[in-house]
Design a protein around this ligand. Structure first.
Ligand code: IPE
Ligand code: IPE
Ligand code: MG
Length: 246
């Protein structure tokens, strides 16, 4: 049976997040430079963006560049930033055609001017789109996000806008980069690594984790369907017993 038809569209993850990993190894296997892997990774981005929108997933968040990735060789960082600009220019049409709104999370000020400007433009142009919110995590680190959140809340406490007794989960949520996005339901990581690498630590508190050996440039809609089918087989108990759920 076709994989897509096995998906129960009334039980989709509201928020799907993906750690897109393995571009470098994919290129190396082919005797090519890492940049070749990154270029081919953009095809997989299109696959999951279209695939998620077609299914009816409301939020898709992609880890594209971490705060730690700034420590890579200068030339690789430059390649990734140029690729970001080129992809934004090229994919704005895909976003508009599919009614997808773009957001970005991370320390965006750190991005090269050109990338920052292009990003802001696409965010502005797609701001009224309704079908799906695509969030790119760029220069993103979860610990940095949490530090930033603590600072913002502290300033409000200092200025008597928030009182410490009233700080609860919703206050934290409102001050994260992800603001009012739903908690992550399903987190996919490609390339066989089984770690979180400083991604959405608060937001994945109760996410289902899915690891696959597929390297990111090989990841297609079919792999996305496989992950969602597996997700739908899991019983999400949120601390309760199985009997309470059923
Ligand atoms: C993911 O692929 C892309 C980024 C982290 C920007 P990698 O570049 O990490 O590929 P591997 O892990 O070295 O194979
Ligand atoms: C995580 O991948 C960051 C992104 C996918 C953007 P890395 O390849 O940088 O992760 P580590 O360093 O191997 O954990
Ligand atoms: Mg990697």
């Amino acid at each position: 049976m076709e994989l897509k038809s096995q998906i129960n569209t009334s039980k989709l993850p509201k928020h799907l997040a993906i750690i897109m990993d393995g571009n470098g190894r994919w290129a190396k296997q082919k005797g090519m430079l890492r940049a070749f892997g990154h270029e081919n990774g953009t095809k997989s981005v299109r696959q999951v963006v279209e695939g998620s929108a077609e299914l009816g997933i409301e939020n898709l968040t992609l880890y594209a560049f971490s705060t730690e990735n700034w420590n890579r060789p200068k030339l690789e960082v430059k390649t990734l930033m140029n690729l970001l600009v080129a992809s934004l220019k090229k994919e704005i049409k895909t976003l508009q055609d599919n009614d997808i709104k773009l957001l970005a999370i991370g320390n965006l000020e750190e991005l090269p001017k050109k990338a920052h400007k292009e990003l802001q433009e696409v965010i502005e142009k797609t701001k009224d789109n309704k079908r799906m919110i695509l969030t790119l995590a760029l220069s993103y680190g979860s610990r940095e996000e949490l530090i930033n959140t603590v600072k913002k809340i502290s300033i409000k406490v200092k200025n008597n806008i928030i009182s410490p007794e009233n700080i609860d989960e919703s206050v934290i949520n409102e001050h994260l980069y992800t603001q009012n996005l739903h908690d992550v339901d399903l987190l996919i990581r490609t390339s066989g690594e089984q770690r979180i690498s400083n991604f959405l630590l608060w937001q994945i508190a109760y996410a289902e984790l899915y690891f696959t050996n597929v390297l990111w440039p090989d990841f297609t809609k079919q792999h996305l369907y496989e992950a969602i089918i597996e997700y739908q087989k899991r019983e999400r108990r949120f601390g309760k017993t199985s009997e309470q759920i059923n």
